[in-house]
Design a protein around this ligand. Structure first.
Ligand SMILES: Cc1cc2nc3c(=O)[nH]c(=O)nc-3n(C[C@H](O)[C@H](O)[C@H](O)COP(=O)(O)O)c2cc1C
Length: 250
């Protein structure tokens, strides 16, 4: 009997131990499973965060690329506009300008012939107050022209709109000789402009007098520009005469 009781007690003990071991295993499994779940959740959250960040980065890059290409497009558009403007400016301006004043048409004829030969633009200095025949009477010591020529500080007003000299490399400047010099309205003109970088070529018409001091007077009063010597013509010079003078200037 005593032996039987011992066997039974050993059996109960073995069962209890096995049950405990099973319980331990089960608890360990549960813990592992929980840890795995937490790990999975953590890594999935990290992944999600990475994905979000990567998407954000992608979005940033895309935005930045879009901005860059927008900026480039604007820059290109601006460059094109500038080129177009430059083209229009150069198309609107010839390289040579012929400026002239003419009271009775003789200088005007020469100016137009020079402009034709040089393919130049023309600009007429028109007095704000036109000269009448009486004004031009050199036999009258009281006429307007005589009084103006006797006063080196006289500056008759110009009535024609001002001209832009931008883009011109060469400017011819023509006038009649009055009392051996340039009419004072030419002084008004040269004192109103900046001729920097422009070759200035005076020409005049007269009853017989030469250019005299007129070219030098204009150069001094202008104070800018590269002034050549210039030339006097009689009434109605031929195109050949003018062409050969122009060729000699080059
Ligand atoms: C007020 C006045 C003064 C002049 N003085 C001279 C002169 O000193 N020497 C000369 O040879 N011709 C003189 N002339 C003649 C002009 O220079 C000449 O007729 C000129 O070609 C006129 O040019 P225009 O028709 O373009 O005005 C004078 C003409 C005027 C009206």
């Amino acid at each position: 009997m005593k032996r039987l009781m011992t066997i039974l007690a050993a059996g109960v003990l073995a069962f209890s131990l096995a049950a405990c071991a099973k319980k331990d295993d089960a608890e360990k499994e549960t813990t592992r499973a929980t840890e795995n779940t937490q790990l999975t959740e953590a890594s999935s959250s990290e992944e999600k965060q990475e994905n979000t960040e990567s998407e954000t980065t992608k979005a940033d890059v895309t935005t930045s690329e879009a901005e860059t290409s927008a900026t480039e497009a604007t820059t290109e558009a601006t460059a094109e506009a500038t080129t177009t403007e430059a083209a229009e400016t150069s198309a609107a301006h010839k390289e040579v300008l012929v400026v002239y004043f003419s009271a009775t048409g003789t200088t005007k004829d020469v100016a137009e012939k020079i402009a034709k030969i040089e393919d130049a633009d023309l600009y007429e200095i028109v007095p704000a107050e036109p000269y009448s025949d009486a004004d031009l009477n050199w036999n009258d010591s009281g006429s307007r022209s005589t009084k103006e020529q006797n006063d080196s500080s006289s500056r008759p007003e110009i009535g024609s709109a001002s001209v832009s000299l931008e883009g011109y490399k060469k400017v011819y400047i023509g006038y009649p000789i009055w009392w051996g010099e340039e009419p004072r309205i030419l002084d008004t003109f040269v004192e109103s402009y900046n001729f920097d970088g422009i070759t200035m070529i005076p020409f005049c018409t007269s009853g017989g007098s030469g250019l005299g001091r007129s070219g030098k007077n204009l150069e001094e009063r202008a104070g800018s520009g590269n002034w050549l010597d210039g030339k006097r013509f009689g009434a109605g010079p031929s195109e050949d005469t003018l062409r050969s003078w122009i060729e000699d200037l080059k």
